[in-house]
Design a protein around this ligand. Structure first.
Ligand code: UDX
Length: 430
């Protein structure tokens, strides 16, 4: 098949590379000349394990074509995926400007015959119907346009694996023909098939991310309880998670969820729920707890930290990505600066992105030891693998004070005490 992806972020680029790797001809449309140049040279722009290799391979075999123009790409395509950003507006409402702009452009170049146009972007229920109206408005007489929603559930850091091995492939459309074409495309991909209508497919994506956020906020709620009672959150949640009906995944407390999806999608669902007259107080609470998690962590830190310089490990919103969008680290770094602390930071890949925001307000270190020099405490915000079995004796030797605030519960509190650290995790009591 010939496929076009409009947008080359995590969803667009990863999915495009995976479908190209299966032998399809894939067009990627972007609008920033400099970024397209980088993509053409094999640079995926974002950091995602395995993506550079996959992009380079499929550029070399000429299965991926990168362009700014809609005419050839869209006119050749059997399927056009819209994978542009839907960032939150101030109100929380998903900003659909790019989705509608792109739909307008697609509509002018569709070929005679059948094209499936499917949103991969996360969009509120009803958006695909609006996209369909835009497409139909400019339709040529011989073009058959079928709209569908094919949401993506990939996680940053494991995006290629997730695209190849999703738990489910959701295809939503009111057209049987569109469903058949999309099922054919997804044939080499694992996972259960869920065939449904447009509205359900749109909601499945939001409901899934809202559920994940709810689990995380629940874990944080349990940690608040533990802090006040002497219970240990990891033991409590290990046992709770052993109940097959509950499970332990996404039940890890910490400094809260961040990233480009969970915060935005919870906000968008609250916003659209209000418009629809649906009670959204559950999700409002999920959001509030996420904020409280960061605030509680900072409160504990400031109560126990009397120094001047603090070292930070981990800046990305989670490991294996350089993405810092809505990362808890941004909020926490700003709080340190507001208290006039000297802040030195280390992250394996996200430093450059943080530099763009904080410039010379922070000191940037090249490794996890260098960052500790002269620091009065260490604060951990992302659970990168390289911190898991790090030489903690060396860490203690480098810190001015053996004080560790761990926002991701990476270490055993007993072991840390034995090593001579004053160690503060989240809801830990052993
Ligand atoms: C998420 C969804 O998982 C994915 O299905 C969807 O397609 C896009 O949104 P992603 O944003 O890549 O993926 O990150 P995810 O792994 O879900 O983590 C989100 C945030 O939650 C991170 O900040 C992470 O640190 C935090 N988290 C996750 C917790 O605090 N506790 C947990 O138990 C799990």
């Amino acid at each position: 098949m010939t496929i076009t992806f409009i947008g080359h972020g995590y969803v667009g680029l990863v999915t495009a590379c995976v479908f190209a790797d299966f032998g399809n001809k894939v067009w990627i449309i972007g609008h920033t000349e400099e970024k397209l140049k980088r993509l053409k040279s094999g640079d995926p722009i974002i950091y995602e394990p395995g993506l550079k290799e996959l992009l380079e391979k499929n550029l070399q075999t000429k299965r991926i074509h990168i362009t700014k123009d809609y005419d050839t790409a869209v006119a050749e395509s059997d399927i056009v995926f819209i994978a542009v950003g839907t960032p939150p507006k101030k109100s929380g409402e998903a900003d659909l400007t790019s989705v509608f702009e792109v739909a307008e452009k697609i509509s002018k170049h569709l070929k005679d015959g059948t094209t499936v146009v499917s949103c991969k972007s996360t969009v509120p229920v009803g958006t695909n119907k609006k996209v369909e109206a835009i497409l139909q408005k400019n339709k040529k007489s011989k073009a058959e346009i079928l709209t569908a929603s094919c949401p993506e559930f990939l996680r940053e850091g494991t995006a290629i694996y997730d695209t190849l091995n999703p738990d489910r492939v959701v295809v939503g459309s009111d057209s049987k023909k569109a469903i058949d074409i999309l099922l054919e495309l997804h044939k080499p991909i694992n996972g259960k098939r869920v065939i449904t209508n447009l509205a359900s497919a749109e909601l499945i994506k939001y409901a899934s991310n809202a559920m994940l956020a709810t689990k995380i906020s629940f874990a944080n709620f349990v940690s608040f309880y533990c802090e006040e009672t002497g219970a240990d959150v990891e033991k409590v949640l290990d046992a709770v998670g052993l109940d097959n009906r509950i499970g332990r995944v996404f039940l890890y407390p910490g400094v809260g969820y961040g990233g480009s999806c969970l915060p935005k999608d919870v906000k968008a669902l609250i916003d659209s729920g209000k418009t629809l007259g649906v009670d959204t107080s559950l999700l409002q609470e999920v959001e509030d707890i996420n904020e409280t998690a960061r605030k509680n962590f900072l409160q504990k830190l400031f109560e126990n930290f009397k120094g001047k310089k603090i070292a930070v490990w981990g800046l990305s919103f989670k490991p294996n990505t350089d993405d810092i969008r809505f990362a808890p680290s941004l909020y926490i770094l700003q709080a340190f600066l507001d208290k006039n602390l000297q802040v030195s930071v280390y992250d394996p890949v996200a430093i450059e992105n943080v530099k763009k925001l904080f410039k010379n307000q922070l000191t940037y270190a090249k490794d996890p030891y260098e960052v500790l020099k002269e620091a009065d405490a260490l604060c951990i915000l992302t659970e990168w693998n390289e911190f898991k079995q790090i030489d903690l004796k060396k860490v203690k030797g480098l810190l001015k004070n053996p004080l560790v605030f761990d926002g991701r519960n990476m270490y055993d509190p007993k072991k840390m005490a034995k090593l001579g650290f004053s160690y503060f995790g989240i809801g830990r009591n052993l």
